[in-house]
Design a protein around this ligand. Structure first.
Ligand code: SF4
Length: 450
C-alpha cells in the first residue's frame, strides 16, 4: 500500500542537539533547580492558613519544565504530534512521538497570566470571544508565536478526539490548515449508559487508521511489545493518580484539589512514560506520610468542598486563599478525577480494544447523570460540606446541566451548592469582587449547616 501520510523530516544534527541540549545539559540544570527548590520547600511553613507545601512539587517542576524544554529541541529530532487531552496517545508514545497538548499549554498560559494577551491575538484575527478560551489561546499562540514556554515545536501529525467536545474538530482543522500537516480525527459516540459493542468496534477501527498514520509519519513500525509496555505505564500511572485523589478523604486532607490541578499535568501530557509512574509513586508515598502524621494542606481544616468543572487557571491561588481565610478548601474535584476513573478500562494485555473503551469513557463523553452521581458519591466519600460548580463561560460541554445539578445536590445529597461564574482561561469573564462576595456568602451558609 502506498503511503498516504508524509513522513516527518528528522536529521542527525537535530537529534544530537535534542540529546545534548534538552537531555544532557538541560537535564543537569533542571536537576540543580530541583535540588534548590526542594531545599526551599523543606523550610518551616510560612505564617498563614496553609500547611507545609508538598515536597514532590520540586520533582513536578522538573518534569513540566523538562517536557517543554524537550519540546524546544524536538522539531527534526523526533516526530511531533499535537493531540487533544483525551486522545489515545499510547500508540504515538510507542512509536517515539513527542506529544504536545495544546490544552495543557493553554493552562500554563492561564497560570502565567499570559492567556488574555494571547487570546486577543486570536480575536484580532477574527476568532470570536465565544469560542473556548483554550482554543483561542492555542490559535493566538500559533499566529503570534507568543508563549511563556519559549517555543512549541510545530506538529508533524495532529490527533483530535471528540470525547471531550466538538469544538476540537474545528480547532484542529484550523491547526491542520496553518501547519499543512495531516490530521486524524477519532470520533467517539456519546455514551448514555454502557458502551455498546458496535461503538467499541467503531472506535477501534479508527485507532487502526491512527496507527497507520502514526507509522507512516514516524517511519517506525508499532510492535505489540512496545504498545503493551506503554499501556502498562499508562495503567500504573492512572491507578496511582486514583489513589492520590482518594488521599483527600483523610481529615485533614493532605492534598487539596488545588494541588491536584497542578500535579495533574504528568497524567495528561506524560501518560505512558515510566518516569510518570515513578513520580506518582513518590507523591503517593509523601501523602501517606502526611496522612499518618496528621499533616494537612490547611493548618486548620473546617470546611470541605467538592469542585466541578475545569479550574479557573488564572485564579487558582486567589481562590485557594479566599477559601483558606474561612478554613475551607477543595478536597476533591470531578475534573481531576476524570483521569483516575478511567483505570478500570485500561488493559495492557489488550491495548487496542482497551484504548477504544478507555477513550469512550471520559466524563465529558457520558451523560450528565454520570456526573451528578459522581458528585453525590464524592460528597459522601470525601465527607464534603458543599459543592462549588464552576459555570465555565467558554466550556459548554462541562457546564451544561449545572443548574439542575446544583438543585439536585441540595435536595438529594443535602449539601449547599454554589454556581460560580468564570472562565477557565479568560480573565475578562471573571469578577474578583463579585466572586469573593458570592463565595463568602456561600461559606457562611455551609458553616451554618455543618
Ligand atoms: S470546550 Fe471545554 S472540553 Fe472543549 S476544548 Fe474547550 S475546555 Fe476542553
Amino acid at each position: 500500500m502506498s503511503a498516504k501520510y508524509p513522513r516527518a523530516e528528522t536529521s542527525g544534527l537535530k537529534k544530537a542537539q535534542y540529546l545534548l541540549g534538552a537531555k544532557v545539559a538541560g537535564g543537569a540544570l533542571l536537576k540543580l533547580d530541583r535540588m534548590k527548590l526542594a531545599r526551599k520547600l523543606a523550610r518551616p511553613p510560612k505564617p498563614g492558613p496553609f500547611g507545609p507545601p508538598l515536597k514532590s512539587s520540586a520533582w513536578l517542576k522538573e518534569l513540566i519544565t523538562g517536557h517543554y524544554l524537550k519540546g524546544r529541541f524536538a522539531s527534526g529530532a523526533r516526530p511531533v504530534a499535537w493531540v487533544t487531552s483525551g486522545a489515545p496517545v499510547e500508540p504515538l508514545i510507542a512509536l517515539g512521538f513527542f506529544p504536545i497538548y495544546p490544552e495543557n499549554h493553554g493552562a500554563v498560559c492561564g497560570i502565567r497570566r499570559s492567556a488574555e494577551e494571547i487570546c486577543e491575538e486570536a480575536e484580532s484575527a477574527g476568532y470570536s470571544r465565544d469560542i473556548c478560551s483554550y482554543a483561542r489561546t492555542d490559535i493566538g499562540s500559533m499566529l503570534s508565536g507568543k508563549t511563556p514556554v519559549g517555543r512549541l515545536p510545530p506538529p508533524d501529525l495532529l490527533v483530535c478526539c471528540t470525547n471531550i467536545c466538538q469544538t476540537v474538530l474545528l480547532w484542529y482543522r484550523v491547526l491542520a490548515q496553518h501547519f499543512g500537516c495531516p490530521l486524524v480525527n477519532i470520533d467517539t459516540p456519546f455514551l448514555y449508559g454502557e458502551a455498546q459493542e458496535h461503538q467499541i468496534a467503531f472506535v477501534e477501527k479508527q485507532l487502526e487508521e491512527l496507527v497507520r498514520a502514526a507509522e507512516e509519519v514516524s517511519g517506525n513500525r508499532l510492535t505489540e511489545k512496545k504498545l503493551h509496555q506503554v499501556t502498562r505505564y499508562s495503567k500504573q500511572a492512572t491507578e496511582l493518580w486514583a489513589q492520590i485523589i482518594q488521599m483527600g478523604r483523610h481529615r485533614p486532607a493532605p492534598i487539596t484539589a488545588f494541588d491536584q490541578f497542578i500535579h495533574l499535568a504528568p497524567i495528561v501530557e506524560m501518560r505512558g512514560e515510566p518516569f510518570t509512574v515513578d513520580y506518582y509513586g513518590a507523591l503517593l508515598e509523601e501523602l501517606q506520610e502526611r496522612a499518618a502524621q496528621g499533616v494537612g494542606a490547611l493548618k486548620e481544616e473546617k470546611i470541605r468542598l467538592v469542585w466541578d468543572n475545569l479550574p479557573v487557571w488564572h485564579k487558582v491561588r486567589w481562590l485557594s486563599e479566599v477559601l483558606a481565610e474561612s478554613n475551607a478548601t477543595l478536597v476533591a474535584s470531578t475534573y481531576t478525577n476524570a483521569w483516575g476513573e478511567l483505570t478500570e478500562f485500561i488493559d495492557p494485555e489488550n491495548p487496542m480494544r482497551s484504548a477504544a473503551l478507555t477513550y469512550l469513557h471520559p466524563i465529558l463523553n457520558r451523560g450528565t447523570g454520570h456526573k451528578l452521581s459522581l458528585m453525590k458519591g464524592m460528597v459522601e466519600s470525601f465527607e464534603a460540606d458543599g459543592v462549588i460548580l464552576h459555570s465555565d463561560r467558554s466550556c459548554k460541554p462541562y457546564s451544561i446541566g449545572q443548574v439542575d445539578q446544583r438543585e439536585r445536590l441540595t435536595k438529594e445529597a443535602g449539601v449547599p451548592a454554589l454556581l460560580l461564574e468564570a472562565d477557565h482561561n479568560d480573565p475578562r469573564a471573571f469578577s474578583e469582587e463579585q466572586s469573593r462576595a458570592r463565595v463568602e456568602a456561600f461559606l457562611e451558609v455551609v458553616e451554618a449547616k455543618a
